[in-house]
Design a protein around this ligand. Structure first.
Ligand code: NAD
Length: 520
């Protein structure tokens, strides 16, 4: 690892009286301007501008951080680990196109830029996303984790058939040294077709012992690698939904008792989440199941421990969260969206079972809800408030990790006309998902260093609310604070992230007013 990265490299110096550095902390003053709107009878909107003065405080020191993946030996786990090693050791490899250098394409934090402002001529100036404020660099992340399958990561990488052979050949010696820790397997939660993989299991049936064992694993990993922080990401198989049962998983207290009595409806992913929450370790769920049952969110709230989910937003849904928003914002009325997928990797094999497919179906369907709700000219009692949204997933071994997604958007135009947009998308699934795991880790780590308070309140600085909805850019079915509606539109999600980063360096929200150009 490179020292300048660990100390948090930035290339942006803000000359503003709104932000100052004190004892290794960046403290910024920010006026949060918004508006409250009241709908009054007669179709009027009454809008009142609001203003709240906040102070943000960011710890500028990037800690030595570990990422523990649940499902480390899967396609995502092995692809991400090999990519980090190739970047860390500068391993170039040959493909039929020539020499390929390692990179982090597909990662917002590593490969995208953010507009800072304009130059003297009024033209936009961009800086790398990860140079605005000190952020964890993926090359420095120490990787570990669990898998119910015992294959070392060199074998897991070969099994997943994602990366070019010449890269596999060169990273194999590093990968072979990484062996997933034994994990928790409750066969009822993932597809029966996964049982052959389950040869690396934590002993015993006590679910509470399982929680304790995971906590111990994290502590040992932290100590062994001299880490200051660990982030845990679930990238294991999609589980079935857990039934929400009053008295079992509805409150923090009930959930803990249910675990202590090894209740059947507590899923492995919830065991991992609870173990992390009890020790303040951020936990992110990259699969669609309802890991965060109400009792789990309640526990995170009580322990002020960060959680984020659900389900990586990598290919088809990412496009949907742009295209559906575009159509609705353009005043065009989507009538139906038909989303068809076939894939041939182990994820597809697991999803070929009905209950696991159902988890994915729910997650994929929810993505347009807030867009429909945003436009009552197009969606109302007279015209209808829903669209026909159909999701199909088929397992087709031949295509391996190259998931094919075909989407048809059928919409109503002016004067009863119709428009059909068809998209054919070959996803290279794990190459799309792995950079998201980097971003989720980097941003979760970053937000765990931010605190805030209301200016002049005399209050202490405190952490953000535990449900990290700023991660929603990377998640298909964003977990939101209870009582709040999730935001699915990709542009809104990115705007929120950009503007929060800007707030921390004392800049107002991003705007495209371009008055330099538009006014005399
Ligand atoms: P994969 O099947 O290749 O890997 C999953 C791994 O998890 C396997 O190695 C399996 O042995 C392991 N596993 C299963 N149960 C476990 C448990 N209880 N503890 C520890 N390990 C366990 O799948 P993948 O392609 O890497 O995808 C991982 C997850 O991410 C899936 O749930 C998938 O739906 C989700 N996801 C993937 C993408 C994408 O790849 N583009 C997008 C969104 C969501």
């Amino acid at each position: 690892s490179t020292p300048e990265v660990l100390s948090g490299y930035t290339s942006v110096k803000v000359l503003s009286d709104k932000a100052k550095i004190e004892d290794g902390f960046l403290i910024s003053d920010y006026i949060y301007e918004n508006a409250t709107v009241k709908r009054v009878p007669g179709g009027l909107y009454e809008v009142t501008p609001t203003k709240v003065d906040y102070q943000f405080k960011l710890d500028m020191n990037v800690p030595k951080t570990g990422l523990m993946m649940v499902g480390l030996g899967g396609n995502n786990g092995s692809t991400l680990t090999a990519t980090i090693l190739a970047n860390r050791y500068g391993i170039n490899f040959r493909t039929k196109q020539g020499i390929q250098k390692p990179n982090y394409y597909g990662s917002v934090t590593q490969a995208s830029t953010l507009k800072l402002g304009v130059d003297e001529d009024g033209n936009d100036v961009y800086a790398p996303f990860n140079e605005i404020l000190p952020m964890l660099h993926p090359n420095d992340i120490v990787i570990g984790g669990w898998d119910i399958n015992s294959a070392n990561l060199a074998d897991a990488m070969a099994r997943s058939k994602v990366l070019d052979y010449d890269l596999q050949r060169q990273v194999a010696k590093y990968m072979a040294q990484i062996k997933p820790l034994p994990s928790i397997y409750y066969p009822d939660f993932i597809a029966a077709n996964q049982s052959d993989r389950a040869d690396n299991l934590i002993d015993g049936d006590s679910k509470w012992d399982h929680v304790q064992r995971i906590r111990q694993d994290i502590q040992e990993f932290k100590a062994k690698n001299e880490l200051e922080k660990v982030i845990v990401v679930w990238t294991a198989n999609t589980e079935r939904y857990a039934e929400i049962i009053p008295g079992v998983n509805d409150t923090a207290e009930n959930l803990l008792s249910a675990i202590k009595s090894s209740h059947d409806e507590v899923a492995p992913s919830t065991i991992f989440a609870v173990a992390c929450i009890l020790d303040g370790v951020p936990f992110i769920n990259g699969s669609p199941q309802n890991t965060f049952v109400p009792g789990c969110v309640d526990l995170a709230e009580k322990n002020k421990s960060f959680i984020g989910g659900d389900d990586f937003k990598s290919g088809q849904t990412k496009i949907k969260s742009v295209l559906a928003q575009f159509l609705v914002d353009a005043g065009i009325r989507p009538l139906s969206i038909a989303s068809y997928n076939h894939l041939g990797n182990n994820d597809g094999y697991n999803l070929s079972a009905p209950q696991q497919f159902r988890s994915k179906e729910i997650s994929k369907k929810s993505v347009v809800d807030d867009m429909i709700a945003s436009n009552h000219i197009l969606y109302n009692d007279e015209k209808g408030k829903t669209i026909d949204h159909c999701i199909v997933i088929k397992y087709l071994p031949a295509v391996g990790d190259s998931k094919v997604a075909m989407d048809e958007y059928y919409s109503e135009l002016m004067m009863g006309g119709h428009n059909t947009i068809s998209i054919h998308n070959v996803c290279e699934d794990s190459l799309l998902a792995s950079p998201l795991i980097i971003d989720l880790t980097v941003i979760a780590e970053f937000f765990s260093r931010v605190t805030y308070k209301k200016a002049d309140s005399g209050d202490d600085f405190e952490k953000f609310y535990p449900v990290l909805s700023v991660l929603s850019y990377w998640l298909k079915a964003p977990l939101a604070r209870p009582g709040c509606e999730p935001v699915n539109g990709l542009n809104k999600q990115r705007t929120a992230l950009e503007n929060l980063l800007r707030a921390f360096i004392g800049l107002g929200p991003q705007n495209e007013l371009k008055l330099e150009e538009r006014l005399w």
